[in-house]
Design a protein around this ligand. Structure first.
Ligand code: GAL
Length: 998
């Protein structure tokens, strides 16, 4: 250890002497696996790419939660890139690629590694690949395939059955990653497992399994990039040394928790982050593989707007800056774009939307948090000294106010960073204060020239001292730095603070003259060889002197500015260092790209209204285009090139579903007399190796045991004789539901509750259903149990919890002989389902699904029509317990330059118990529960939805109540109207009825 510390210190010293190239010393942790050919290295401070230090500013994105594929992934990546994310962290989902044990692995369409890496490479986003095998992620079985529930080996150990299960998957994944390792592609790290624990004497085989995953990656070509882990807590699992130790240890943090019902309740920031890191692995940069970007929300929760509020831009401001204060240099925000739990992707604690209250919302619109993050990430990339800084003090002593907590950091070259915040997150009011800062002229108390510093409640700021921008330096600034760039040999630094706050900055200069253009709320004077800027920002002020320009914005203005790198100018597409030429662009809702061809600056981006555009660019720029159209430009008062960007999209006409023609059909023929289930699977197992044993009955009725892992399932038990009732233990996950019939007589329903319920949540119920003597027939009687499961459990504890059964867990026929036979039904074909495009999870086992009525082109010729039967509409519904399917078509014709996200909107009647499944063009895009909610708005993403043509929609009503149910109102709404420069998405090509139900 000492040896490498010494070498590391030498290397660091070389760096400070201006030696550009940096080699990670052999024997140091960054020199992992004795690998001299590593393209991605790191030390105690940061990661290096191409011998350049970088702050890895990463955001979590799940391509499989955005199945429209490449065009939409590109849009998300372009948005991330514009917000300053230089990296995306990606979970891949084993279960989506593996329908059956030993079967072919499928990495096509939204499961593709290659497509994802190619898009990332084109956009210039680095990738941290996280393929599992276990991912958690609030997805069914935590990403394990359904068939794994039947493998008689303890998962997440080195037991042979489990090893044989995952090995082909990880080998295949390694082959996909191998050609995309940096610098040939964007992948800079691969994570092994997720939130995993070490072996203990009574819990063996864990570290061995971890080691085996890593060895498999290395043996299959993953040699240029580090293998990482994401520890659930800063406890050092696999930080090394020892079996399973990874190259780069990371952990995750969700400091505000997941209770979106109390969206203003914050805990305190963790002041021990750096200390925890120092205890575990001081030799290695501190990496947060996941840091809270939002929160998931359970069935019955308050909804994602509340989650957004809990984890809003103020949270981002205070908590992320607290991470920087603790010297994090890899931070990945989970989630940055959440997406959708379409097609049975959810596990029982979450519903269809996985919006997550993330910076980019589910409909891909940008939140205020997105812009707050943009300011921070740009600052970090611009502040190349930041990653080398270390903490010099962290307390309230630098301020005259006891409630102002300051973490002071200093870089070896003397750059100072002062992260200030109120020391109690309960304070929601403003505090004015003075601060002592260490400058080259000694300790100064700022502001020196009038006014005070201010912090609103739940606000954090970073002041700087001795801060270089190009060949100039801020002696100090109490305005925050957004970014800086050098254009035409002028160093331009962008500063900001909230309107009403006083700022002060001092910049040494030999210039005699200083001019202020734009807003005069900020003044500047030359005094004792420095330009001193003081005032309260309002709009834009530009202070020009010598070879420097200081742009001062009020924060609301700064949030609408962008700093795109000029396309094609960096050494690599990923480089966002300040030496890569860039322009400053203000006003638009979103700036996607900037390219300079000769005297033309071509900008692309999106607008949500007519906007004034301001551009600060080289004087060589003579004209500007926006999404290909040449603008008429003028000069603004503060010297920018100004133009008007007209909003060019008309408010769309969204078809009404109320007036639509609906076709409808009963979807529960299973309760009709004479229904023939002879082709169904016979439940013939009488034992199971699972830890979760049956609670009664001769046969094991777990749907998974018979190959049905996703969506609704049906069990039919036959008996002859005078039974008086049936006891059923049905298990389907939190908020599951089921209904039961004796022959065609409805016996009743029961439903689960969510994990936050007073009883801790019901994921199963025990019920006794009594038969009317008159309903029991001579001859064959059938008990039909229809189960709506909410997905397979996760496996956080590594105790095979994901194997918890779904369906009838136990049964007993009362007052008569036993059932003679049970038949089980689920999605068509079980593990051999027909749809390789939408994948193995999309369909469930209700009648209409087995028939293929949700698929495009289904010939609903025998179905009733609302044209002749006015009851044939979901807003009229059904009058008994049961299930009915409704189908309609609608056309969209949105202009090519638009981004108009569409959602299906329901009115919820919580007093009525019904469940609805939504299919759009054959893709299951929603599960609605009137009793639980909260989701009533179901985004139907472009690509899955055809924005220029016909769409086929199917919704069901399953009434769990005897009196029936209706959807009070149903319609399509646009959740935004954006004039967009995004490339055309096009409808995803996916097979229809003719291909899948031949
Ligand atoms: C983390 C886990 C993620 C996800 C997250 C909560 O602990 O690693 O997979 O479950 O919690 O959204």
């Amino acid at each position: 250890m000492m040896k490498w510390l010494l070498l590391s210190a030498l290397a660091l010293a070389a760096q400070h002497l201006g030696v550009l190239s940096y080699t990670v010393p052999q024997g140091s942790p960054g020199f992992y696996h004795g690998n001299s050919s590593a393209a991605v290295t790191f030390d105690a401070h940061s990661m290096f790419l191409d011998n350049k230090r970088l702050f890895v500013f990463s955001g979590e994105f799940h391509p499989w939660r955005a199945p429209s594929g490449k065009a939409i992934w590109r849009d998300v990546f372009e948005k991330m890139k514009a917000a300053g994310f230089n990296t995306a962290s990606i979970y891949f989902h084993w279960g989506l690629s593996s329908a059956k044990e030993g079967g072919a692995l499928d990495f096509n369409f939204f499961r593709s590694h290659t497509d994802l890496y190619e898009v990332a490479k084109e956009v210039g986003i680095l990738i941290i690949s996280r393929p599992g095998p276990y991912i958690n992620a609030e997805t069914t079985a935590g990403g394990f395939p359904g068939w794994l529930t039947n493998v008689p080996a303890l998962a997440r150990t080195n037991q042979t059955g489990f090893t044989n299960a995952w090995m082909p998957y990880i080998k295949a994944v390694a082959k996909f990653i191998e050609p995309f390792q940096y610098p040939n592609g964007p992948v800079i790290a691969v994570q092994s497992e997720n939130e995993f624990f070490q072996s203990f004497p009574d819990n063996p085989g864990r570290a061995e399994y971890m080691q085996l995953i890593e060895d498999t990656y290395r043996a299959n070509g993953i040699t240029k990039i580090p293998i990482t882990h994401n520890d659930a807590h800063p406890q050092g699992a696999y930080a090394g040394p020892g079996l399973g130790a990874v190259d780069l240890y990371c952990w995750d943090e969700y400091p505000n928790g997941f209770d979106c019902s109390h969206p203003t309740v914050w805990g305190q920031v963790d002041t021990q982050l750096n200390a925890d890191h120092q205890k575990i692995d001081p030799d290695v940069m501190w990496s947060a593989a996941e840091f809270q970007g939002g929160s998931f929300d359970p069935w019955g929760g308050p909804g994602y707007d509340s989650c957004y509020q809990l984890l809003n831009e103020q949270f981002a401001n205070v908590y992320y800056k607290n991470n920087y204060a603790a010297q994090v240099t890899l931070q990945s925000l989970y989630m940055t774009y959440g997406g959708t739990n379409w097609g049975n992707l959810a596990e029982p604690t979450v519903y269809t939307s996985y919006d997550y209250g993330a910076p980019i919302r589910e409909d891909r619109t940008l939140s205020p948090k997105f812009n707050e993050i943009k300011l921070q990430s740009h600052f970090l990339h611009a502040s190349t000294d930041f990653v080398l800084s270390t903490m010099t003090s962290a307390d309230t002593s630098l301020s005259d106010k006891g409630q102002v907590f300051t973490t002071a950091l200093s870089s070896p070259s003397g750059v100072g960073f002062y992260v200030v915040r109120q020391n109690d997150n309960a304070i929601t009011t403003r505090t004015d204060f003075q601060l002592k800062m260490n400058t080259t002229a000694g300790v100064v108390t700022v502001p020196q020239f009038g006014g005070t510093n201010s912090l609103e409640g739940r606000e954090s700021k970073i002041f700087v001292t001795n801060y270089p921008f190009g060949s100039n330096k801020l002696a100090y600034s109490t305005a925050e730095v957004m970014t800086w760039t050098t254009i035409d040999k002028t160093d331009i630094v962008v500063l900001y603070a909230l309107a009403g706050h006083t700022i002060e900055a001092s910049i040494p200069t030999t210039a005699q003259k200083v001019t202020v253009s734009g807003s005069t709320s900020v003044t500047a004077k030359v005094s004792n060889g420095s330009v001193v800027i003081n005032g309260s920002p309002s709009g834009a002020s530009v202070i020009t002197f010598g070879s420097a320009k200081v742009v001062v914005f009020d924060k609301a203005t700064a949030l609408a500015w962008w700093n795109p790198r000029l396309a094609g100018t960096g050494k690599t597409p990923y480089d966002v260092a300040p030496d890569v030429p860039s322009v400053l662009v203000g006003g638009p809702y979103f700036v996607r790209s900037a390219t300079q061809h000769g005297s033309v600056l071509a900008l692309t981006g999106d607008l949500n209204a007519t906007t004034t555009l301001d551009v600060i660019a080289s004087s060589s720029v003579k004209s500007i285009t926006w999404n290909g159209k040449t603008l008429s430009v003028s000069k603004s008062a503060f010297g920018s090139i100004r133009a008007t960007l007209p909003f060019g999209v008309k408010a769309p006409t969204v078809p009404s579903l109320k007036d639509a023609t609906w076709l409808c059909e009963d979807s529960l023929p299973e309760i009709k007399d004479g229904f023939d289930d002879s082709s169904w699977v016979t439940a013939n197992k009488t034992s199971t190796p699972r830890p979760q044993q049956p609670t009664g009955g001769k046969f094991v009725l777990y749907a998974d045991e018979y190959g049905f892992h996703y969506g609704n399932t049906i069990a039919r038990g036959h008996f002859t004789g005078n039974a008086t009732g049936v006891k059923l233990n049905v298990q389907g996950g939190f908020n599951f539901g089921y209904s039961v019939w004796l022959n065609n007589k409805f016996l009743g329903s029961n439903q689960g509750t969510n994990a936050n319920a007073a009883n801790g949540g019901l994921d199963q119920t025990n019920d006794t259903w009594t038969f009317n003597t008159a309903d029991v027939r001579p001859g064959d009687n059938v008990v039909t149990v229809v189960v709506d499961t909410t997905g397979l459990n996760e496996d956080q504890g590594g105790d095979d919890f994901f194997k918890t059964p779904r369906g009838v867990r136990g049964y007993q026929l009362l007052g008569g002989p036993d059932f003679s036979v049970w038949k089980i039904q689920g999605n068509l074909g079980g593990e051999n389902g027909p749809d390789n495009t939408r994948g193995p999870l999309n369909e469930g086992g209700l009648f209409f699904e087995r028939q293929g009525a949700h698929l495009p082109g289904f010939p609903a010729t025998n179905w009733a029509s609302s044209k002749t039967d006015s009851t044939c509409s979901p807003t009229v519904g059904i009058t008994t317990a049961g299930i009915k399917a409704y189908r309609t078509t609608f056309n969209l014709n949105f202009p090519a330059n638009s981004d108009i996200p569409i959602a299906l909107k329901f009115t919820r009647t919580p007093t009525s118990s019904y469940r609805t499944i939504i299919y759009i063009n054959g893709w299951q895009f929603g599960r609605f529960s009137s009793k639980d909610g909260p989701q009533t708005l179901f985004p139907l993403p472009e690509g899955i939805l055809n924005h220029q043509g016909e769409n086929e929609l199917l919704v069901t009503i399953w009434s769990l109540d005897a009196q029936g149910a209706k959807i009070a109102d149903i319609g399509l709404v646009n959740t935004a109207t954006i004039d967009s420069g995004k490339p055309p998405v096009g409808a995803v090509s996916s097979p229809g009825f003719a291909q899948l139900r031949r």
